[in-house]
Design a protein around this ligand. Structure first.
Ligand code: AR6
Length: 167
């Protein structure tokens, strides 16, 4: 598996699947989620609404992943996953690792070869970047996925530097 770090905007990545740091509602939000829905257009939200009307009536649980179309993004699919909110009193790292593992499992099911990940939970959900990078890199490396091109798309130079040091 080829692991690449990129500094930039995940909505501009030409890959088979882009991973979205969503919330359980699947109905959009700020951060990466907002950017993906804005750039990808209403088709993505329409599919998310269908998921909520069907199998995910109670929302997508933390640590799980599900795919929709990528709408107008230069990708084929968006894989939505829900990261855990960081907690100082409870170890939720298993749930963060699960986001990466489950997203790759969904990507394998789709037959995706290339996947772009944001740094899940490191924005609004407050996970410290260094610990998030450790979990992300370790989990993707050991996931045993068929996906052979994984790109971590870091929004700013500071996040890129943290991932680079960990890699
Ligand atoms: N491309 C790449 N990375 C980005 C982009 C972008 N366009 N925009 C932000 N980031 P966040 P979370 C970085 O907050 O912490 C939403 O409201 C950002 O700098 O998007 O998992 C959802 O609906 C940070 O490092 O996701 C949920 O409610 C990282 O992406 C909640 O936020 C993740 O930040 C999820 O919070």
């Amino acid at each position: 598996m080829k692991l690449t770090l990129v500094q930039g905007d995940i909505t501009e990545q030409r890959v088979d699947a882009v991973v979205n740091a969503a919330n359980s509602s699947l109905l959009g939000g700020g951060g990466v989620d907002g950017a993906i829905h804005r750039r990808g257009g209403p088709e993505i939200l329409a599919e998310c609404r269908k998921l909520r009307a069907g199998h995910y009536g109670r929302g997508l649980p933390t640590g799980q992943a599900v795919a929709t179309t990528a709408g107008r993004l230069p990708a084929r699919w968006v894989i939505h996953t829900v990261g855990p909110v960081h907690s100082a009193s409870e170890d939720r790292s298993g749930l963060l690792a699960s986001c990466y593992r489950e997203s790759l499992r969904v990507a394998d099911t789709l037959g995706a070869c290339s996947v772009a990940f944001p740094a899940i939970s490191t924005g609004i959900y407050g996970w410290p970047m260094d610990d998030a990078a450790r979990i992300a890199l370790e989990t993707v490396r050991t996931a045993g996925a068929r996906v052979d091109d994984v790109r971590f798309v870091l929004f700013d130079a500071a996040a890129y530097a943290v991932f680079e040091a960990r890699l």
